[in-house]
Design a binder for this molecule. Structure first.
Ligand SMILES: N[C@@H](CCC(=O)N[C@@H](CS)C(=O)NCC(=O)O)C(=O)O
Length: 205
């Protein structure tokens, strides 16, 4: 059985847990990271020298980097519906994964750590974070309006996993935000998926 190392409230661990649900692969999970066992413990550094969660073990195969793990699971289960075989469709799907880990998620980080984790290092960056996050959400709004209902169009793909988790944080954190009707519809559409309800839109920002 696949073993997942990482706390279930980490946005990057949640990518993996949601994907495991999508492909129907059973797993066990061990809590590591903020609020649980320290990632500085030698036992964890032996699993991932970078010292971040998630990490998975699939038999004797160990893998880190959440988006890489999601793609591994798609390939393992031959889910070309979730991760297209077509060269260009595949690259476009990956665009949304990379975007979530970079520009799309950048403003979210100070907002989440300032308002939810209450890390003093981020408190002064919350307002700028909200502005930047809203600017990126406007990009998603325009994209979904023109090319939705999912990020890749008609059907759900692994591009929706990291994007959907950022969208969950947007709505689950209480701050004054502009209306994005297409994103709100997308948020509800994703909630039709049991994996999103379990690991994404589950009341946790
Ligand atoms: N690029 C990595 C980033 C992983 C990452 O930043 N994980 C965070 C949690 S979301 C972490 O380990 N934080 C430290 C902690 O939980 O103690 C990935 O996508 O897997």
């Amino acid at each position: 059985m696949i073993k997942v190392y990482g706390r279930a409230n980490s946005i990057n661990v949640r990518r993996v847990l949601w994907m495991l649900d999508e492909v129907g692969e059973p797993f066990e999970r061990e809590d590591w990271g903020r609020g649980y066992r320290s990632l500085d413990e030698p036992a964890f550094r032996a699993l991932n020298p970078v010292g971040v969660v998630p990490v998975i073990e699939d038999g004797d195969f160990r893998l880190r980097e959440s988006n890489t793990i999601v793609r591994y699971l798609a390939r393992k289960h031959n889910r070309t519906d979730l991760y297209p075989d077509d060269l260009r469709k595949r690259a476009l799907t990956e665009t949304f994964m990379d975007w979530s880990s970079t520009d799309f998620g950048r403003g979210m980080t100070p907002v989440f750590h300032g308002l939810i984790v209450k890390n003093p290092a981020y408190v002064n960056q919350v307002e700028a974070g909200i502005q930047e996050w809203a600017r990126q959400m406007q990009v998603l709004e325009a994209h979904l309006t023109k090319s939705g209902p999912y990020v890749m169009g008609e059907s759900f793909t692994i591009g929706d996993i990291p994007v959907g988790l950022v969208v969950n944080r947007w709505y689950a954190i209480d701050f004054k935000k502009p209306d994005f009707p297409a994103v709100a519809t997308y948020y509800d559409r994703l909630a039709q998926r049991p994996g999103y309800r379990a690991h994404g839109r589950n009341g946790t920002p």
